[in-house]
Design a protein around this ligand. Structure first.
Ligand code: F6R
Length: 235
């Protein structure tokens, strides 16, 4: 595992974008595993700029996102599909038909999860971008008694609902459930890039990467992955 500490969010975002850009340049038809939340916003901004400048070409790239709230469709501005369009896909020359986000509005969530896992298996993820929750969640794999391998529906932890309330008008508007890629999908990525910023992420990073591997700290499973880069900025 490579643990890179940087001085601020701008540097974190530039470095993370550079790692993803290197992947796109080396393998123009690569599959990017993508995340939402506040951590990757700067990374996506850099990738968008570099694409606009002509330094990056996403025309053959596909993507698979980690998660989506249940009950929100892509036109809802709180949905992760909307976030991805707004923060990245609308600014780069990716073919949107090759960008995948779980369908939180699926009538049969179980079938949606199975289909998502089949897609992950078929496409294969070259590099998975991750953030980390203050409770150690990756994707929406919340602390539990065991690690869940498959894509599945989860009930969000109260700390996750509280953390995500900043994106909604009120905490009551935050969906209580979500669909998330499971640990099998995340661990199947050839490379993992986890980005975290802020003092409130320091303790959980310490536990996840230097403590025991424990489903109560979901990100700790990444200690078993052969190619993980963590970029952390306290500011
Ligand atoms: C988002 C996701 C979550 C976030 C995590 C950190 O797709 O999967 O695991 O990465 O909640 O969120 P931020 O970056 O907002 O601190």
């Amino acid at each position: 595992m490579k643990f890179i500490t940087v001085e601020n969010y701008e540097t974190l975002s530039r470095k993370a974008a550079a790692i993803i850009a290197a992947e796109v340049i080396a393998k123009p038809d690569c599959v990017l595993g993508l995340a939402t939340g506040s951590s990757p916003v700067g990374t996506y901004k850099n990738l968008s700029e570099w694409c606009k400048n002509g330094d990056l070409d996403f025309s053959c790239v596909s993507s698979i996102n980690l998660d989506e709230y249940t009950g929100l469709d892509g036109s809802n501005d709180q949905s992760y599909r909307y976030f991805m369009n707004n923060n990245l896909f609308d600014h780069i020359n990716i073919n949107k038909d090759k960008t995948f986000v779980p369908n939180g509005k699926a009538t049969d969530i179980k079938a949606e999860c199975e289909a998502y896992d089949n897609r992950i298996k078929e496409m294969g993820i070259d590099i998975q971008l991750l953030g980390i929750g203050v409770d150690g969640h990756i994707g929406f794999n919340e602390p539990d008694e065991f690690f869940t391998k498959e894509t599945h529906q989860v009930t969000l932890d109260p700390s996750t609902i509280e953390a995500n309330a900043r994106f909604f008008e009120s905490i009551d508007d935050v969906p209580k459930t979500a669909v998330t890629m499971g640990m099998g999908g995340i661990m199947s990525a050839k490379k993992v890039l986890l980005i975290a910023n802020g003092q409130n992420k320091k303790d959980i990073l310490e536990k996840a990467f230097y403590g025991p591997i424990d489903p109560k700290v979901p990100a700790s499973i990444l200690q078993l992955h052969p190619d993980v880069t963590v970029i952390f900025s306290e500011n």
